[in-house]
Design a protein around this ligand. Structure first.
Ligand code: ARG
Ligand code: ZN
Length: 876
């Protein structure tokens, strides 16, 4: 059955210290674990000791120098000692592992001929028997031994203590981590790796040796990651007063990694796509991801490691908070408004559909069957939005006072969401009991906004009303406290000063952030000289769906004049959405799609007015995606009609604005050497967006310009911008350019991933055949998560037209692949199958086909717990 939050109780035993001795071998690694245990005063006296194992092969088990009978106490998945000593004792266990056969990428495995580990959430039990849960915190000392030429680099958590010879051709290194930690933060690495080094002096003068380890020969691609790390370390001191606490901080990049990266204490291990970058191999978006993931993992040192989670239900305690921190960091490094827009885009693309479908769950779930399936956009991204809303409600000062309390009170502890919120309740003097409901209730609230102007009284009345629809297992919902940032824009485009009829709270007065505490609120503004347009939920202050009674003209006004860049962008998105949703309905009724010259012209004006922030203009140019439109439509979704509607708008814009788009494109041409900074990246983004729209309306000329850009490009951003525009034009040129690109980069898997994704997202009928063909080429490998995400993930999530082909072949393809991958890497299989999360919203025929594919999976025997959990919830 499922594991429930309500059933939490402390362990019967604690582990104080762990001494690991790991002798690395490709197929027969030996691990000796010496655990100092003692009864937990909070546990049941005399209870049996039950340790977790995962497919382990035990060789020897010794309790206080007494060898135990393996057959009596151990199975591959557990170790049970019926009557352990009533005071402290030592358990020594030797296990043998085969890292080369470990394709699950949990526990100890090999990637590019190096040894590495991934223990979160429950991988440590695949190394040795343990109390594998985050509230068991121990001090680890790790001795690693290996053949010197196979693994000259030996790393683990904490500080290096000792190293030396270990017999002919062999050597060892000992690492000691003084900070007690749960085993999910354990890591070790061994291999013949290249590295770059730097140092960092903390505010209080500690000197920290920094290292970034990569595949040999790629050291020159690690510098941006190192710079990002140093910026992150400085930022956390400056903004949160958090200093680093060990003598070394190491990052290792590996090519086989299920997730983005891992915050192991003092030894972060990364998917190499979030470390490696030079102009020739990485796009501006890659650089931005590197900056944010490096910061994210570093920030975990305080929010995750020094203060960890009591149990896995509290995952959002570390992840939501750390995502919020990394988003703010990136906002400070780049453009705040552009960062906010891209974070909200990501939230809407990944979390909103999750929240609106069968996989919806609380930010803090009540129960789970497989914890790995809860590393979700809801836990991470919605979790971050909750912290952001908390801060908006209590204000900057109380937020930081609360964080200071949190660090002080819970340092070295395994904490809960209640612990976290108690600090802010105390710092702000507010009761946060209602706010806590954000963690306990799934679904995205809808905020209905209606406005009425009274010319006589010169007042404007704004009504806010929230409601959240049912989600699986939660038929009724409570209203949630939410901060709504509001401004009024006059017909002339000028901001109208807010003067409220009733008394204001101080924060409302200072910042225009209004608190919606219950289901409804009416706000009356006075001294409003002319009918205003309300700009509501500025900066996306609350993570909700706003439904506001704005006319097309109102949206055009906000698009041109809103002083809040987020809502300026939002107005363009809303108007474009409205046009395309109308077109979708028209197309389904056999009519022509609609077009708006006014919208196109307003868009052109925004792009031409790019000097202040070209990255922002590029965001304006990016129309809502097909998936965005499907979500807006909500049910009875016809992906083909949506595709045609969006295509019609893009083509129309490209045709109407062709000269204006080309003019901006030409203005932004630059011969300067590549620099990944935000301003330069913004200019490239806008230029590529102009090319993309231009080509949509002018195929022949667009293909020509794109080809020229492709041939001349001196950096990957411009090359991919060109190839991306080309890939949407079904011409022989496209195939030649794709072929050329492949030959130029076929020995660079991370670049070939871009090539896979581009092709997987071509919205044409024969794309599935193309993707199937690509799965058979040498560069593809279902055992490497990055390849699967780049090709199959891109097809399932980024090509709604083909994934949702009416005959169901897209569904079957993805379902079959998930089944095939399941025996290799269950986590990747489960992630892939999550692409079905919105299947219930489809029109009836496709819904039936999607269900067939899901049934095929659910009826297969021998599914992993991971895949079984997803398919069962998807079908429930
Ligand atoms: N804690 C990591 C991060 O967010 C994620 C690792 C989770 N891995 C997993 N296999 N569930 O930074
Ligand atoms: Zn994280």
């Amino acid at each position: 059955g499922p594991i429930r939050l309500a059933d939490y109780r402390p362990t019967d035993y604690l582990i104080d210290t762990v001494d690991l001795d790991v002798r690395l071998d490709e197929t027969a690694t030996r691990v000796v674990a010496r655990l100092r245990l003692r009864p937990n005063p909070l546990g049941r006296a005399g209870a049996p000791l039950m340790l977790d194992g995962g497919d382990l092969k035990p060789l020897r088990i010794v309790l206080d120098n007494q060898p135990l009978d393996l057959a009596k106490v151990a199975t591959p998945n557990s170790l049970r000692i019926a009557d352990p000593p009533r005071s402290a004792f030592t358990l020594e266990v030797e296990t043998e592992l085969n890292p080369s056969a470990n394709t699950r990428l949990e526990g100890l495995y090999r990637s590019n001929n190096a040894y590495c580990t991934q223990c979160e959430a429950e991988g440590f039990r695949r190394i040795t028997y343990y109390l594998d849960r985050p509230d068991v915190m121990a001090v680890f000392t790790t001795r690693i031994e290996a053949a010197r030429d196979e693994a000259p680099v030996l790393l683990s958590n904490g500080n290096p203590v000792e190293s030396g010879e270990a017999g002919p051709g062999r050597h060892y290194a000992i690492w000691h981590d003084p900070f007690p930690k749960p085993c999910y933060l354990f890591a070790l690495v061994g291999g013949d790796l290249g590295s770059i080094h730097d140092t960092f002096a903390t505010a209080s003068g500690r000197k920290v040796e920094l290292g970034v380890y990569v595949e040999k020969g790629k050291e020159h691609r690690a510098h941006y990651a190192m710079e990002s790390l140093i910026h992150a370390m400085r930022w956390d001191e400056f903004v949160y007063g958090r200093e680093y606490d060990l003598d070394v901080f190491n990052i290792v990049a590996v090519s086989d990694f299920t997730m983005g990266a891992m915050e192991n204490k003092g030894l972060n291990i990364f998917n190499d796509k979030y470390i490696l970058a030079i102009a020739e191999t990485a796009t501006d978006a890659d650089y931005a991801h590197i900056e944010s993931v490096v910061a994210h993992e570093y920030f975990h040192n305080w929010t995750g490691n020094r203060i960890t989670c009591r149990d896995w239900f509290q995952l959002c305690l570390k992840e939501g908070l750390t995502v919020y921190r990394d988003q703010e960091f990136s906002g400070d490094q780049r453009s705040r408004s552009v960062q906010r827009i891209s974070d909200v885009r990501a939230l809407r693309a990944a979390q909103f559909p999750e929240d609106a479908g069968p996989l919806a769950h609380n930010v803090r779930p009540d129960s789970y069957r497989e914890i790995n399936n809860f590393y979700t956009a809801t836990v991470y991204e919605k979790g971050a939005e909750i912290v952001r809303m908390l801060r908006a409600l209590i204000g900057h000062d109380a937020y930081h006072a609360g964080m200071a309390l949190y660090f002080e009170r819970f340092d070295g502890k395994a904490a809960t969401i209640e612990d976290f919120l108690s600090c802010f309740a105390e710092a702000s003097g507010r009761d946060l009991a209602d706010f806590a409901q954000w963690y306990a209730q799934a679904g995205t609230p809808r905020l209905r906004v209606t406005g009425a102007y009274d010319a006589q009284a010169q007042t404007y009345t704004l009504k806010l009303k929230q409601a959240t629809g049912p989600t699986p297992g939660q038929p009724t919902k409570k209203p949630l406290p939410m901060p709504i940032r509001i401004g009024l824009v006059g017909r002339d485009g000028a901001e109208i000063a807010l003067a409220q009829e009733q008394p204001w709270s101080r924060r409302e007065e200072q910042f225009g952030v209004f608190e919606l505490a219950g289901a409804e609120r009416t706000i009356v503004f006075k001294n409003v000289p002319t009918p205003p347009v309300a700009s509501v939920n500025r900066r996306f202050s609350a993570a909700v769906i706003v439904e506001q009674d704005l006319s097309d003209d109102d949206l055009l006004l906000l698009m041109a004049h809103d002083s809040d860049p987020f809502n300026k962008w939002q107005a363009a998105q809303s108007l474009a959405t409205r046009l395309m949703v109308r077109s979708t309905a028209a197309i389904r009724a056999g009519d022509m799609p609609v077009f708006s010259d006014d919208f196109a012209d307003a868009l052109a004006a925004a792009l031409e007015n790019h000097q202040a922030d070209p990255a922002f203009a590029a965001q304006m140019a990016a129309l809502p995606t097909e998936n965005d439109l499907a979500r807006d439509i909500g049910d009875n979704v016809d992906p083909e009609a949506i595709f045609l509607a969006r295509k019609a708008l893009r083509d129309g814009i490209g045709r109407r604005l062709s000269q204006r788009l080309l003019a901006v494109y030409d203005q932004l041409q630059s011969d300067a050497a590549y620099s990944p900074d935000a301003a330069s990246a913004g200019r490239r983004a806008l230029r590529n967006a102009c090319l993309d729209l231009f080509a949509a309306g002018n195929h022949a000329e667009g293909a020509e310009i794109a080809l020229t850009q492709f041939q001349r490009a001196a950096n990957m951003t411009d090359k991919m911008g060109a190839l991306s525009a080309l890939s949407r034009l079904p011409t022989p040129t496209r195939e030649k350019a794709l072929e050329f690109f492949y030959r130029a980069h076929c020995d660079e898997p991370l670049i070939i991933d871009k090539w896979f994704s581009l092709q997987a997202t071509i919205p044409e009928p024969d794309t599935l055949a193309r993707v199937k063909r690509l799965t058979r080429i040498h560069a593809f490998n279902i055992a490497t998560p990055n390849r699967v995400y780049a090709l199959i993930g891109a097809f399932a999530n980024g090509n709604p037209l083909c994934f949702n082909a009416a005959n169901g072949e897209g569904y079957l393809f993805v379902a079959d692949l998930a089944l095939e991958i399941d025996s290799v890497n269950p986590q990747v299989a489960a992630r892939l199958l999550s692409s079905f999360r919105s299947w219930r919203n489809l029109e009836v025929e496709r819904r039936g086909r999607a269900e067939q594919a899901l049934r095929k999976v659910s009826e297969t025997t021998g599914l992993s717990p991971d895949l079984r959990d997803i398919v069962q919830r998807a079908l429930a």
